[in-house]
Design a protein around this ligand. Structure first.
Ligand SMILES: [Zn+2]
Length: 961
């Protein structure tokens, strides 16, 4: 009969729900507080979203079985602008969006009508996502659910903001932000198309001039001013003569547009063709020198001012553009001017080891560059820039800066020019094409008197660094990424003009930005339960109340009175926080490393004492669909709820987890789903078949398989602790199959009928370890195994305190001999009539263990072993067979260290006895003949091919006739 996955899901979901199994209150057990970044409800979740939540759920369920009191809560993040933008598009009757709601998300038409109200959009998808989470079997305590626009949460955020302001960590000032000119709002990663974090580049603008008109150039390398030979314009560009504050500048139109956002007063006077500027002389801002303006095609209007200073000795583009004029490649230059240009020589100002007199020329020659449109010039530029930056020194052409290292001199030169009043600063987006979600190209804006979180604050960063250092980060490789983020982080706008959320408490024109109100909300889960039950009312939650709950400050009687609750209730709320905090594990996707996860730590270290700093961060990669990125435009998004209906919750959970470890991208496809379904269905059948706990035999294979089972438990537990869930799942689902096959083979060869006890034990342990991953079907299996309790309430299996190393060695000897026999028959194509096995002489076993001990303590020299073995009576035979030492050493060295240790613990084993007693039945079953076993030193042995002397411990000699 076909298994109905949906029925199994529903059955166990309702049992968990009725038993209130995931509602967690403080108790005497140790706790784990596991959280995931809450969802932003502007669409239903798809399979990709399922990954982070499933990881956290597996983590929670695992810890529950390990005996912890686990709290796994969930909230919904309504704050921000995207939902507002959607409701505006619905108001404007946007056909594309309304179609998407209808066809992609299956939203009923009467609901879509309500979407003119942004909160209705959020509410609708909130319920949709929540239902999906329940259907996925997530073990969430729903009593603690909240949205970020409920009044109690707003009170909490106001408290958070006042605390930060009191600590001077929210500052008012003029700082650059990424900005959408259309929305008139700052933009960060979550507001841009493709989730790009807007990043800035700071240019130094150096003001050359032609009489009263400024010809500004923007550069990243102000120190190269000493090597300037001319300026470049692009003759194709129509420049603008612009009044910039009190000065007249000639710049590109794009530059004029950008300057407006940088607080410049801009007034366009007239157009001026690039070609009109060719051949004009400009004055240097810092000396009496004059320079020609020359044409170059590599100059663009979108970078800097659209005018570039030429430093041919150190900038390959400049060198090549000059060459192009000199040799006639640049045609729009008159001959008289060309003759003047031919006299221009590069001025070298930086000495760097490995470069000659003119670094540009060196690299251009080496790369075979012949004109300024060659894309290799980009590489040439990068090479020189980085080598000179780290290793170069200015030479005597740089006047007072001679002998200074480039790495340090940039700021000094910047300062020096700035003192002359002949320079300025210009900020640009490093990634020029960042677009807002509304489709508008973003710019850098200098915001005046805005509210910023002072993430540039060095002490604050230092505390955050300390927290990151003390914290468990999974996978650990990502730790340095957090340190890098801390390094480049600077002031961050924390207020917005539009959107849903909480008003900035002291400045009601502004709303708290969405990445600023989602950093310490994990602490709110501890009180949300009391808010939802109506035990405390938002209107009675004051700063004093929060100070008591989170810090224990103030007099409990006065505060309880103010909050209109009993002192006991106040204590209960405080204890809830004290019990569950700190966060034991924070799960999130990798895209949140440079923002949310870092801000989460920064805000925790600012607001909470050290004992409440987070303990762990777990970061995961994304989910691909058939190897491709999931996206609306690719049409390959599967809504999570649809997938659950179609395949069942557990097959989806396993498919997401089994193809990748944490940071890798997981690949979801239908083949994986169906192979997992098959595996789980066959496990379910085994549960029905082996539902009798029965007695467990004491044959060697019984002892062996229990040792192997113990090893499996320890391997799975070890991978679980490291959140290596892919590895755990492989061990649980497939890792034991070959052991089980061997066991069955052994038992069948002996015609045993008393093995159901072992099989029941094996399958029970596999099911209980499977249950955090596939909770519904595991409950079903557990029930079929005859248990009356739920597996989710059982304990995580424990490994045996001592595994039987000797049993493991014996079986591995048997299986390797069986393998060797089968290989020999395959190669020689013999149908065996006789199989004879010779076990090695006793002295060899003694020598083997001496060599093994030696290897484990670090000795690997053959000569040393031979010398030592010969000296001892029991192994003196080595002198007759020195080759034995060499071969044995090779045997041992080719094995993993772990195996060497097991062998050492097992000690000498009686191979001849094991093989005679245990291998005969196998040989009879597989080959239908009797096995003959001789010891190497048996004088009566049948050994026509003189094979016995080849026997070594664990490698008996084999003769097949
Ligand atoms: Zn926009």
């Amino acid at each position: 009969m076909e298994l109905s996955w949906n029925q199994v899901d529903e059955k166990w979901r309702s049992k968990w729900h009725d038993a209130k199994d995931f509602e967690t209150d403080p108790n005497d057990k140790p706790k784990k507080f596991i959280t995931v970044a809450y969802p932003y409800p502007n669409s239903p979740q798809h399979i990709g979203h399922g990954r982070t939540y499933t990881l956290a759920d597996v983590h929670s369920r695992y810890y529950r079985m390990k005996g912890f009191n686990v709290l796994f809560p969930m909230g919904f993040h309504y704050t921000g602008t995207p939902i507002l933008g959607m409701s505006k598009r619905v108001q404007a009757n946007d056909v594309e969006l309304i179609e998407a709601f209808k066809t992609l998300y299956n939203v009923p038409e009467d609901k879509i009508k309500e979407f003119v109200d942004p909160v209705k959009i959020a509410d609708y998808f909130h319920e949709e996502i929540k239902t999906g989470m329940i259907e996925m079997g997530y073990s969430i305590d729903w009593r603690r659910e909240f949205t970020t626009i409920i009044p109690a949460y707003q009170k909490f955020i106001e408290w958070q903001f006042r605390i930060l302001k009191d600590k001077n960590l929210i500052v008012q000032g003029n700082h650059p932000v990424g900005w959408c000119p259309n929305d008139q709002n700052p933009v960060s990663q979550h507001d841009t198309l493709g989730d790009v974090e807007p990043d800035f580049t700071e240019y130094i603008v150096i003001k050359f001039n032609i009489e009263d008109e400024i010809i500004p150039v923007a550069t990243l390398r102000p120190e190269t001013l000493f090597g300037v030979t001319n300026l470049w314009i692009n003759p194709e560009i129509v420049y603008k003569k612009v009044k910039v504050d009190e000065e007249t500048w000639i710049i590109s139109a794009e530059c004029a547009y950008k300057l407006e956002f940088l607080n410049k007063k801009i007034e366009i006077i007239e157009d001026i063709l690039g070609s009109e500027l060719i051949g004009k002389q400009v004055h240097s801002p810092t000396s009496e020198d004059e320079f020609l303006i020359l044409p170059a095609s590599f100059v663009t209007s979108t970078t800097g001012t659209g005018i570039v200073m030429s430093v041919p000795a150190h900038a390959p583009y400049d060198f090549q553009a000059l060459e192009d004029i000199k040799n006639g490649n640049q045609r729009d230059v008159e001959d008289s001017l060309r003759n003047v240009v031919r006299k221009i020589q590069p001025i070298t100002i930086i000495a760097t080891e490995g470069f000659g007199d003119i670094p540009s020329l060196d690299v251009i020659k080496r790369m075979g560059i012949t004109n300024q449109d060659d894309p290799k010039l980009e590489d040439a530029t990068k090479e020189i820039y980085s080598k000179e930056f780290y290793e170069g020194k200015l030479n005597s052409n740089a006047g007072e800066f001679a002998d200074k290292k480039i790495t340090f001199v940039k700021e000094e030169v910047k300062e020096w020019i700035s003192k002359t009043g002949k320079s300025d600063i210009m900020l640009e987006l490093t990634n020029e094409s960042v677009k807002c979600r509304c489709g508008t190209k973003c710019v850098v804006k200098l915001l005046n008197n805005q509210w910023f979180l002072d993430y540039a604050n060095k002490e604050w960063k230092e505390r955050a660094r300390e927290c990151f250092e003390s914290m468990n980060i999974l996978p650990n490789d990502i730790r340095t990424e957090f340190f890098n983020v801390l390094d480049w982080l600077r002031e961050r706008a924390c207020a917005r003009q539009h959107g849903l959320g909480t008003k900035v408490p002291w400045d009601n024109d502004w709303l708290v930005e969405s990445l600023a109100d989602s950093v310490i909300y994990m602490s709110f889960y501890t009180m949300a339960k009391f808010v939802n039950s109506g035990e405390i009312l938002a209107e009675n939650m004051s700063d004093e109340f929060f100070n008591y709950i989170f810090y224990g400050n103030g007099d409990s009687e006065i505060i309880a009175k103010g909050a209109k609750i009993t002192t006991e209730k106040l204590e209960e709320i405080r204890n809830e926080f004290l019990y569950f905090y700190p966060v034991d594990s924070r799960h999130s996707g990798r895209d949140l490393v440079p923002n949310h996860l870092t801000f989460f730590v920064l805000n925790h270290v600012a607001i909470f004492p050290k004992e409440n700093w987070p303990k762990e961060i777990v970061v995961n990669g994304s989910v691909l669909m058939d190897g491709k990125k999931m996206s609306k435009s690719m049409g390959n998004i599967i809504p999570l709820r649809d997938a659950v209906r179609k395949y069942g919750a557990d097959p989806i959970r396993l498919s997401i987890l089994i193809s990748a470890e944490l940071l890798q991208d997981a690949d979801f496809n239908v083949e994986i789903i169906s192979s997992i379904k098959n595996k789980l269905e066959s496990m379910l059948e085994e549960c029905i078949k082996f539902n009798n706990p029965g007695n467990i035999g004491i044959e060697p294979e019984d002892i062996w398989i229990q040792s192997r089972l113990s090893k499996l438990i320890s391997e799975v537990t070890d991978s679980m602790e490291k959140m290596r869930l892919r590895e755990s799942l492989h061990h649980i689902l497939y890792g034991f199959d070959s052991d089980l096959q061997w066991y069955m083979k052994r038992a069948n060869a002996k015609n045993r009928d008393d093995i159901s006890g072992v099989l029941n034990k094996v399958i029970s342990i596999r099911v209980s370890m499977l249950s955090p991953f596939a909770p519904h079907i595991a409950e079903e299996m557990w029930e079929k195994l005859g248990n009356s309790d739920m597996v989710s309430k059982s304990s995580w299996p424990k490994e045996e305190e001592q595994t039987d190393d000797r049993a493991i060695q014996n079986e591995s000897l048997l299986s390797s001999v069986m393998n060797d026999i089968s290989n020999i028959t395959k190669v020689t194509k013999i149908t065996p009539k006789k199989i004879i096995i010779y076990t090695s002489d006793n002295w060899k076993s003694k020598a083997y263990h001496k060599i093994l001990n030696g290897v484990i303590s670090g000795e690997t020299n053959v000569g040393a072993f031979i010398k030592e073995l010969i000296l001892q009576k029991e192994t003196e035979n080595v002198k007759k067979d020195p080759d034995f030492v060499k071969k044995t050493l090779k045997d041992i060295l080719s094995e993993p260290t772990e195996l060497r240790r097991t062998k050492m613990r097992a000690g000498e084993i009686d191979e001849s006895k094991i093989i005679s007693n245990e291998l005969s039945s196998l040989i009879e079953t597989d080959y239908g003949i009797k096995l003959q076993v001789f010891s190497e030193n048996d004088s009566e042995k049948y050994d026509p091919k003189n094979k016995a002397r080849m026997a070594r411990p664990y490698k008996p000699a084999i003769l097949i006739e």
